[in-house]
Design a protein around this ligand. Structure first.
Ligand code: URA
Length: 254
């Protein structure tokens, strides 16, 4: 691809302004200053810097909401060859699950190619709640709910306070809402209190629910939902701040 076009796909400038940048000696390819407008670039192989900053093409971001059924794993590269959630979502974009759901768990799983969003949704600092419905092998004792708000001692440290309560008249059914995302966290918290989990389902992730989806079904998030997620992880505020600060020095747009 011609260098000026490449710079345009990176959102740096129009093709015409990109030419001025090239001629002005502001562009390096693999460490070498390039001023020839006929230069081509291979997006996979070449490292392109403008004013000393690496630039990359804007990819189309995709966000998928899947109703994960039991029996599928969410981690890549499984040596045992077990079924993977990626087999359920047929898309040409390369996507990955945001966080994990155990093979024996079901429910709401988000997948994306947006690394920044995934990082923020998973990081406890951004405090995005996840809600789990749990069926226990034995009735849950009311006095044990307090443990969730106090924190439960696990081998990787005490858990952050979270909310839990009965879901219905059945004492075997409870709902837990937390923003941490440690491995097997819900099962481990319940095991620590002396319970065995019979079934575990994630029903909500931030503002998103499973409404309208059957097991194994998936859909793209709407623009509104993506905006809700961006707000939930503080990305919208960041963008507003950047807009207020004005265009970055040396990164002209037509
Ligand atoms: N906590 C668990 O223990 N398992 C899950 O799949 C999700 C949360």
């Amino acid at each position: 691809m011609r260098l000026n076009r490449y710079l345009a796909t990176c959102g740096i400038a129009s093709r015409r302004s990109a030419e001025a940048m090239i001629v002005g000696g502001r562009v390096l390819i693999n460490g070498k200053k390039i001023t020839d407008l006929a230069t081509t670039v291979s997006p996979e192989r070449d490292v392109v810097l403008v004013d000393g900053k690496k630039v990359e093409p804007i990819r189309k971001m995709v966000y998928v909401l899947l109703y994960k059924p039991k029996g599928y794993i969410t981690t890549a590269n499984d040596e045992l060859g077990r079924k993977n959630v990626l087999e359920l979502v047929k898309l040409k974009e390369r996507i990955f699950p945001i966080g994990r759901l155990d093979r024996n768990s079901e429910g709401l799983l988000l997948l994306t190619n947006d690394g920044d969003m995934a990082f923020r949704l998973m990081h406890p600092r951004f405090k995005v709640d996840k809600t789990y419905r749990v069926r226990l092998e034995t009735p849950f004792r009311e006095q044990d709910f307090e443990a969730f708000s106090n924190g439960i001692e696990l081998e990787d440290g005490i858990t952050s306070p979270c909310k839990a309560g009965y879901l219905s008249d059945s004492p075997n059914l409870i709902e837990i809402r937390l923003h941490e995302g440690r491995n097997h966290q819900v099962r481990r918290m319940l095991n620590a209190l002396g319970y065995e989990v019979a079934a575990l389902k994630r029903v909500q992730y931030g503002p998103l629910t499973l409404k309208g989806l059957a097991r194994s079904e998936w859909r793209m998030l709407t623009q509104f939902e993506v905006m809700q997620l961006r707000k939930a992880v503080g990305l919208v505020k960041t963008e507003e701040r950047q807009r207020k600060r004005g265009p970055q020095k040396n990164h002209h747009r037509d």
